[in-house]
Design a protein around this ligand. Structure first.
Ligand code: ATP
Ligand code: LTN
Length: 331
């Protein structure tokens, strides 16, 4: 098999119900690469267990995350869709890269600091070395481009540093990946606390809009969204709530910030919030329908996982034999 296309890799954890942050910041962008790149989209279950998971829920969410990839427009024939733990080379290379990643580097990761504060009873070694496993995911496929939300920029830079360090010691082994961070929707904020990221693990259900929420729930949540005491619909740093709603509305309607501001000039927040809720619910309706259809056919999802893992393993094997040889492992 000759591989002349550039390679794209990204992953989403099956650690909760996916939000419009995951959708707009990551998954929705994935399909734009399907034609011109060789694309690998992975359900990263090994990463998910860095936080305690209920086994039955982890299993269900692994199917759901795969089904959502497909419902968001990723055709399994054009993209390699698979589950991380089905390709053991991820864990193998993860261990190897642990030995080329510094304690100090991992200590500086803001996600580690945030998650250790959130899960103070379970600050396990996996949570700490999460970024070297992520580097393994990426480097295993000689990835050129990694589409992610801006919160992953620091992890991506560490992946690049690890790749360069390894290449410097052993000669050219890994492609040094670039991030692809879509600027218009890179960070969707919480509806309740618009200065922090909308996160699928937020315990406040009103702060988060899930891809699979019903239309009524979506509209109700947007009606409750925190704005400010002003009444002007304007994108500005000192208006984080309104700016976040403008971003979301723009993302679902394809309108620019200026167009949205013009459309709602002189109108109240009530009107605006309702319009955002409707645009979001309508935009997600086809995804929801397709998701329900896919989840009704587990056997098909399993066939997709299986052929995705076989394809991924083929590429992973090539990198692993190179890595083993360079390090000095006996063949
Ligand atoms: P958790 O809340 O459990 O930390 P998460 O919601 O950040 O998880 P991940 O599986 O870690 O979800 O992320 C999947 C992808 O979604 C990543 O590329 C991430 O950058 C992106 N993403 C997550 N939340 C947002 C957001 N609020 N805005 C934009 N992109 C996001
Ligand atoms: N850490 C990522 C999920 C992830 C990932 C990856 C993203 C794991 N491995 C490789 C891109 C490439 C997150 O979204 N929190």
């Amino acid at each position: 098999m000759i591989q002349d296309k550039k390679i794209v890799f990204s992953g989403v954890q099956p650690s909760g119900n996916l939000t419009i942050g995951n959708y707009l910041g990551a998954i929705k962008n994935f399909s734009r690469f399907s034609d011109d790149y060789k694309t690998f989209y992975c359900v990263v279950d090994l990463h998910a267990i860095t936080v305690r998971q209920v086994p039955a829920e982890l299993r269900r969410r692994t199917y759901e995350t795969l089904a959502l990839y497909m419902a968001c427009g990723l055709d399994e024939k054009k993209n390699t869709l698979f589950v991380q733990s089905h390709v053991p080379a991820h864990a193998e290379l993860g261990w190897i890269l642990d030995c080329y990643t510094m304690f100090g580097e991992l200590s500086r990761m803001t996600q580690f600091k945030d998650k250790s504060a959130k899960h103070s009873q379970n600050i396990n070694a996996g949570l700490f070395t999460y970024p070297s496993l992520m580097a393994a995911d990426i480097l295993l496929y000689q990835t050129d481009l990694v589409p992610v939300g801006i919160d992953q920029k620091q992890h991506l830079e560490l992946s690049r540093d690890i790749a360069m360090r390894f290449n410097q010691i052993y000669g050219d082994t890994f492609t040094v990946p670039e991030g692809y961070i879509s600027t218009d929707t890179m960070k969707i904020m919480s509806l309740a606390e618009p200065t922090s990221k909308m996160s699928k693990s937020d315990p406040n259900q009103n702060a988060v809009v899930y891809i699979l929420d019903s239309k009524d729930d979506i509209i109700r949540k947007f009606k409750k969204a925190v704005t400010d005491s002003d009444s002007e619909i304007r994108f500005s740093e000192d208006k984080p709530g309104v700016s976040n709603l403008i971003t979301i509305y723009g993302a679902f309607t394809g309108k620019s910030v200026e167009e949205v501001e013009r459309e709602f000039a002189g109108r109240g927040y009530g009107d605006f919030k309702l319009a955002v809720g409707e645009a979001c619910a309508d935009g997600l309706a086809p995804v929801r329908e397709e998701f329900a259809r896919l989840m009704a056919d587990k056997a098909h999802l399993e066939a997709v996982m299986k052929s995705g893992a076989d394809e991924a393993a083929y590429y992973a094997r090539k990198t692993m034999s190179k890595v083993r040889r360079k390090i000095g492992f006996v063949n």
